[in-house]
Write a protein that binds this ligand. Structure first.
Ligand code: ADP
Ligand code: ZN
Ligand code: ZN
Length: 806
């Protein structure tokens, strides 16, 4: 028998599986979807691989190598996920191995190590240092921790003489956590008798016997017994030695915890609009029929309640459900809401978990022990079976698209999975992506709308402040008099305020007021960003950093200072103008620690602060009843992004953040500070008028041949020499021009917006097309050619429907 194996060789990626012999002892246990260790290439190299097929015959059987090891006794990928991987690799011009690895928890990625093996111990007599290194061991790890570099010449000589050899091994990092457990083995009367005979001084034994007397006949964690009954390990051991109890070890899951316990919640009675949406969704969930719904609901319209009740319905008919939320901020609040409804039947998957937690949550899902999964982008690969419903909340969010290989969009994966299971896909948003809204227009998706807030409340009122005028008035480019007055009023009434400083597309750099000099990264074509907390200028692309200068490097002027405003600066400013206000800051710096977001939000929810000041990470999902004012300090920075979606992003962000105000009984107010008060994205965000924005933006996209009228592909070329990057970009573009359809449009090649990153130069070409099978074939070919080009130092990146045009 032969196995088809996709191998993990980063420098030689290919979508072709390799054929291996299956040795007899492995034959009985080997199945598709298992991880194996196989030899690859010359030398003693071993790599990890995934078995994608098992066959009776192989085309060519001579010289085939054998599988050496099976990593675990159960397949880690089922048939559905193997098929999905193969489709996704093709669709996104990616290699199957990178897709397979993305689907699984990090710890399942192989880690490779080297070992030194001693072949002829007797020969080491004349090599005392090496003999000491081995110290009677036949094999030792070969890395800089263990082996001094001074010994390398000697080792090489010995390798030539075949006294030692260098071996490669595959380490399995997926570790199961085990805990000690114990259980009584005698009957109640036995323990009673022993208890009566105890010396009065043997208090601990008495406590343990009392416990054993009442304990259930099953294993319980030793640690719990020790803590709860004030015992110690010695006493347990003593009693075990007498044969009165048994100890063992069992697996224990590392389940991610929230900062405070979750209170159970009951379904709310739905209002008419919610009921209509819910009825349509569940009618589909109970059938084995694929359908995608777009739930367009204004902020606070109760979309989440519709999600939760739809999930309950999927569970009621014996199916499973998967819910995606955008990364980080939404996760704790949403996880709380889902857990409050479904308790332990929920697994959580996102990048904020530890490796162990991720691995264990994944196993709980894979073993069918939970039926609901909530998580960020990569949770779309959760190994649920029998899926009835997939929900993507805030479906317009760019975090659903992965920026690295494989460059997949979670929405596409979700669509594939619901097609496979005959399931329901539910996309929800107050501001759907134009692509999704257009599909609903064409009837590809079914549109459901929620036009009113769920809590009887009304949408907040919005006031636009023209900062060009305001600055003249009080010479303050951070807080307008209108915003200050409004904040004071809310503080007096003990209501809460959310302030957003939009950092996207926003330059927070240093500039010399005399000569205009700005410190830039030495490796990349970008200005360095100010980080006051560490006193350094940092490059966000490569991490290069230097001290914040006091003097201009060019003209020596001391008038070199920060341009633009960071969250820290706003906090300082607030202290001056509103000294009584308690401010919480939420940005990348204050949320780096695990659980920090949950802690911050819990504290704001408990009224431990009056103002929550944050970057765009506060825009979504927050649901605090006492927030009655939202201030947007700089509404327009996203407008200047070099991206055809700049208006869409601005509209989405402003609508989302405005939606944080007045979510309960008290009415909300929004103040929107801008230098572009007449821009349509800003005007329509003021009215929270998504439909008007959709129509206006669609007209522009039509005129400019952009998504959703055309599909988009971006190809990037990177090289250390600028002329080489350009050469490959032009050659490839010319080649493609001879292949593509007539109505396919190619823009470029041209240097990327950031033309140099980490000392590599970037060129890009953007392709807009409608139907172009030739283009798809050519791109697949290009991807495979990329492997050879890599050896000439060129990196080619093919990105289908890119969301990032940097
Ligand atoms: P969205 O997800 O659309 O922004 P949420 O689901 O967060 O809205 O709902 C906003 C608020 O309305 C929440 O506090 C929620 O508990 C409440 N809510 C939702 N549905 C109902 C309902 N049917 N009756 C009463 N309150 C509701
Ligand atoms: Zn200067
Ligand atoms: Zn850099």
């Amino acid at each position: 028998m032969y196995a088809q194996v996709i191998v993990d060789v980063p420098t030689m990626q290919t979508n072709r599986p390799y054929t291996y012999r299956i040795p007899t002892p492995i034959l009985e246990i080997l199945r598709r979807g298992m991880r194996v260790v196989v030899p690859f290439g010359k030398g003693n190299r071993f790599v990890q691989g995934f078995v994608v097929d098992i066959k009776e015959d192989a085309q060519q059987t001579e010289q085939l190598k054998e599988i050496v090891q099976v990593v675990e006794m159960n397949p880690v990928l089922n048939d559905e996920l193997l098929k999905l991987a193969s489709w996704l690799a093709e669709y996104n011009f990616a290699f199957q191995i990178s897709v397979l690895q993305t689907m699984l928890p990090n710890v399942m990625r192989a880690k490779y190590g080297k070992v030194l093996r001693l072949l002829e111990p007797d020969q080491l007599r004349d090599w005392p240092q090496i003999a000491l290194l081995f110290s009677d061991r036949g094999e030792i790890p070969f890395d800089s921790d263990n082996v001094d570099s001074e010994l390398l010449p000697q080792l090489l000589k010995l390798q030539k003489k075949h006294v030692i050899e260098i071996g490669y091994l595959v380490k399995n990092r997926a570790k199961v956590k085990m805990v000690n457990v114990l259980k009584p083995i005698k009957d109640v009367s036995f323990y009673q008798k022993q208890l009566q005979q105890l010396r009065p001084s043997a208090v601990k034994q008495a406590r343990l016997l009392t416990f054993l007397l009442q304990a259930p006949q099953k294993f319980v964690p030793v640690k719990d017994v020790i803590n709860r009954h004030h015992l110690d390990y010695a006493i347990i051991k003593q009693v075990e030695n007498k044969g009165w109890l048994v100890q063992s070890q069992i697996e224990s899951y590392r389940i991610p915890k929230l900062q405070t316990p979750v209170q159970p919640s009951q379904p709310l009675p739905l209002n008419d609009e919610q009921k209509q949406a819910y009825t349509a969704i569940i009618a589909n969930v109970v059938q084995p029929k694929t359908q995608t719904f777009l739930l367009e609901g204004v902020t606070g319209s109760g979309k989440t309640e519709v999600y939760l009740q739809s999930i309950a319905q999927a569970l009621a008919v014996g199916k499973t459900a998967l819910m995606l939320v955008p990364e980080i901020t939404l996760t704790p609040q949403m996880v709380r809401r889902v857990k409050s409804r479904f308790g332990d039947d929920v697994a959580v998957m996102h990048s904020g978990l530890s490796d162990g937690e991720r691995y264990d949550e994944w196993r709980r899902v894979q073993r069918g022990e939970v039926h609901v999964v909530v998580g960020a982008r990569s949770a779309i690969f959760a190994p649920l079976t029998n899926i009835g419903l997939i929900i993507i909340d805030e479906e317009h969010e760019t975090s659903y698209k992965q920026d690295d290989n494989p460059r997949y969009h979670a929405r596409d994966v979700a669509q594939w999975r619901v097609d496979y299971y005959g399931a329901t896909l539910l996309l929800g948003s107050a501001t759907p992506s134009l692509e999704s809204r257009a599909r609903a227009q064409k009837g590809v998706y079914q549109l459901l709308s929620l036009t009113k807030r769920a809590t009887q409340g009304v949408l907040p009122t919005t006031e636009i402040v023209d900062m060009r005028e305001s600055i003249k008035f009080n010479n303050d480019d951070v807080l307008s008099p209108q915003l200050l007055d409004s904040m004071q009023e809310k503080l007096d009434r003990q209501e809460q305020i959310v302030l957003m400083l939009n950092r996207r597309g926003y330059a927070n750099f240093i500039i010399c007021r005399d000569c205009g000099y700005t410190p830039r990264c030495v490796n990349c074509d970008v200005a360095l960003t100010v980080h006051k907390d560490v006193g350094r200028l940092i490059c966000h692309y490569c991490g290069y950093n230097e001290l914040i200068p006091h003097q201009c490097k060019i003209c020596g002027s001391k008038r070199i200072r920060q341009f633009g405003t960071g969250t820290q600066k706003v906090v300082e400013h607030l202290k001056e103008v509103l000294p009584q206000a308690r401010v919480l800051r939420m940005d990348v710096d204050t949320t780096r620690k695990k659980g920090a977001v949950d802690k911050l939000l819990t504290s704001f929810g408990n009224h431990e602060a009056d103002i929550l000041l944050g970057t765009q990470m506060i825009a979504k999902g927050l649901d605090f009843p006492d927030v009655t004012l939202v201030g947007i300090l700089n509404a327009d920075t996203t407008l200047t992004l070099p991206d055809f979606r700049a208006s869409e992003r601005t509209f989405q962000l402003l609508t989302q953040v405005s939606g944080r105000a007045g979510r309960a009984q008290k009415p909300g107010h929004v103040i929107l500070q801008t230098f572009n008060p007449e821009h349509y994205a800003i005007q329509l965000a003021k009215d929270q008028d998504y439909e008007a924005f959709y129509h206006q933006e669609m007209a522009l996209r039509h005129a400019w041949h952009y998504t959703p009228y055309y599909f988009t592909i971006q190809i990037k070329f990177a090289h250390e020499q600028v002329d080489k990057a350009a050469k490959f970009a032009f050659e490839t573009t010319n080649w493609l021009k001879g292949i593509v359809e007539k109505d396919t449009i190619m823009l470029g090649p041209a240097p990327s917006t950031i033309s140099r990153i980490k000392n590599k130069y970037y060129y890009r070409v953007v392709i807009k097309y409608r139907f172009d099978q030739h283009l798809m074939q050519a791109l697949t070919e290009l991807m495979h050619k990329g492997q050879q080009l890599q050896r000439q130092g060129v990196t080619i990146m093919i990105d289908r429907e890119p969301v990032n045009f940097i």
